[in-house]
Design a protein around this ligand. Structure first.
Ligand code: GAR
Length: 200
């Protein structure tokens, strides 16, 4: 008797988003993968119980976890949750803490970050969010942009997957620079995540 042919299906790829604040990138990512055939958002994690990103996740019915520094650094708390949710890839979207070694090892090559400047400029510890845009303004840069990169044990040093640029006139406020950069982020980050997940 001949068996019916069943095509091999790629297993579902499940993202966990790490976000510390507003979460507008997280929202762009949850929107992109809300009805995706193979990629879904399995959870959103935050170090900040007041992060608006958590509200956004609830709106999408995405489970959330809040953790403190000790739970993140020294315990199985976060890892157990990720394992329970069958998470395959970690997506940092405005996440302000260094990812500890045990997570980098567990998810080697499967952690991605977005940085709101053209690395290696304006990267490293303390360079996040508005601090970056203020430094870009103070330096009188003629352009800024985004860097999407893999995550290793050091801030902002993993392999770069994409950089995108935007020109500056010199008369923008730091808030206006942030708005230009955010626009680039929403345009590129979901696309890069999709390609990266499909190829990893
Ligand atoms: C984004 O611009 C992101 O690139 C940046 O924080 C902002 C978060 O905005 N990330 C870093 O600075 C990481 N070093 P959001 O919470 O609205 O997505």
């Amino acid at each position: 008797m001949q068996m019916p042919h069943t095509p091999a299906t790629k297993p579902e790829q499940r993202l966990a988003i790490f976000a510390s604040g507003n979460g507008s990138n997280a929202e762009a990512i949850m929107t992109r993968f809300a009805n995706h055939p193979v990629i879904s958002v399995a959870g959103l994690l935050s170090n900040n119980a007041n992060a608006y990103a958590l509200e956004r996740a609830r709106k999408f019915n995405v489970p959330t976890l809040v953790f403190n520094r000790e739970q993140f650094r020294q315990s199985q708390h976060v890892l157990n949750w990720l394992t329970e949710k069958k998470v395959t890839h970690l997506v940092l979207a405005g996440f302000m803490w260094l990812v500890p070694d045990y997570l980098v090892k567990k998810y080697e090559g499967r952690i991605i970050n977005i940085h709101p400047a053209l690395l290696p400029k304006y990267g490293g510890k303390g360079m996040y969010g508005m601090h970056v845009h203020e430094a870009v303004k103070a330096a009188g840069e003629a352009e800024t942009g985004i860097t999407i990169h893999l995550v290793n044990e050091r801030y902002d040093e993993g392999k770069i997957l994409l950089q995108a640029r935007v020109k500056l006139t010199g008369s923008e406020t730091a808030e206006e620079i942030a708005a230009k950069v955010h626009e680039l982020e929403y345009r590129h980050y979901p696309d890069v995540i999709e390609k990266w997940v499909r190829n990893s």
